[in-house]
Design a protein around this ligand. Structure first.
Ligand code: ATP
Ligand code: LTN
Length: 348
């Protein structure tokens, strides 16, 4: 397979004023149906209208302790899954964060323009320090500064993320504005792009909680790599509510979630789903949702399996991506060096 990632589209994007999109997911586990319907699935369509850059955020993932072999495997898996979901390396720039040293370098500089107080207010820091009370490390605290560096290095206009990440994009804006206020227009001010609220997929075991890849209960989530029989089993066991009708309601988080997933998987509206299942029970509906999800994920799983057999191809994609991303990122870093008063790095 030939890898086509050329630098031309980025320059073209700047000339045509095509907006730049940057996003990524941490390889902290296997990707879930929530990651697909809420994030990656939405990135696919953006490739049409924007210049897209998607990265596997491995530097971020070590803020929580990871098994090194698993982290290496998951990093390749996430890259393969981006492609399997429809991110096209010929259209979008794909790379692994740790391969572009400018991310860590800019993060250090931006640390000196970020206040202790503003980092202390980050909800994710507060949540994760509770979850991992034995490892409240400095990286967990400065996580949003590295995320700001990711975004600002590429003059990103739009950052498509879930609601939980909005606060991090906002701090990236504050840091950029503070820096620009001192040194002039260095950074583009990015905007968060939050997917429709309907795209928040809840846990199958507790539908009041977000479906999350780090949930200790394996029945809470569907993985993109789950086999059809596992997907059907997880939906069969999905927690539903009292009553028996397939109808949305404020006190029906389980049914709401299943209707939402069915809509996202089939393109139906909630009204159509309610109509279609009049007179049917939860059992029938759960099977129908499971089958719809099986069909959506089948090509993703099959393509992921194929891609993971072709490590050379994946290596070509991330090698070419690292090279291109570094060229763009180094240009921004060079400008920042000049502004803050560092001597330019000697050219080899
Ligand atoms: P972790 O469990 O390790 O915290 P996660 O499964 O919550 O991870 P992230 O890696 O934090 O996922 O998020 C990657 C992207 O997927 C983000 O943009 C996030 O908003 C989105 N996302 C994650 N879970 C869901 C969900 N259940 N519904 C919709 N979007 C989601
Ligand atoms: N914190 C993000 C992952 C992430 C990211 C980014 C997303 C790291 N750097 C830059 C968008 C832009 C998460 O989804 N947990």
């Amino acid at each position: 397979m030939e890898v086509q990632q050329t630098a031309a589209p980025i320059r073209g994007a700047e000339e045509a004023k095509q907006k730049i999109v940057f996003s990524g997911v941490q390889p902290s586990g296997k990707l879930t149906l929530g990651n697909y319907l809420g994030a990656i699935g939405n990135w696919v369509g953006m490739q049409q209208d924007y210049r897209c850059i998607f990265s596997v955020m491995n530097l971020h993932s070590i803020t929580v302790r990871q098994d090194p072999a698993a982290l290496r495997r998951q990093t390749l898996e996430v890259l393969a899954q981006y492609i399997a979901c429809g991110i096209d390396p010929a259209k979008s720039l794909l790379f692994i964060q740790g391969h572009v040293s400018a991310h860590a370098e800019l993060a250090w500089i931006l640390n000196c323009y970020t206040m202790f107080g503003e980092l202390s207010r980050m909800t994710q820091f507060k949540d994760k320090s509770k979850q991992h009370a034995d490892n409240v490390n400095a990286g967990l605290f400065t996580y949003p500064v590295l995320m700001a560096a990711d975004i600002l290095l590429y003059h990103t206009d739009l950052v498509p993320v879930g609601q939980d990440q909005k606060q991090h994009v906002e701090i990236a804006r504050d840091i950029a504005e503070r820096f620009n206020g001192v040194y002039g227009d260095v950074f583009t001010i990015p905007e968060p792009m939050i997917v429709r609220s309907g795209a928040k997929i809840m846990s199958l075991a507790d539908p009041t909680k977000k479906m999350s890849k780090s949930d200790p209960n394996q029945n809470a989530y569907v993985l993109l790599t789950d086999k059809p029989e596992d997907i059907l089993r997880k939906f069969k066991r999905a927690v539903t509510d009292s009553g028996s009708e397939i109808r949305r309601g404020e006190d029906k988080p389980g049914v709401n979630n299943l209707i939402n997933i069915y809509c996202a998987a089939t393109g139906s509206t909630p009204e159509q789903v309610e109509q279609q299942f009049v007179g049917k029970g939860y059992g029938d509906f759960k099977m129908a949702v499971g089958e719809a999800v099986v069909e959506v994920l089948r090509p993703v799983r099959e393509k992921t399996e194929d891609l993971l057999k072709n490590k050379d191809y994946l290596e070509q994609v991330y090698t070419e991506g690292a090279f291109q991303a570094a060229r763009l990122a180094d240009r921004t870093l060079e400008k920042v060096y000049k502004k803050v008063g560092f001597l330019a790095k000697p050219k080899r």
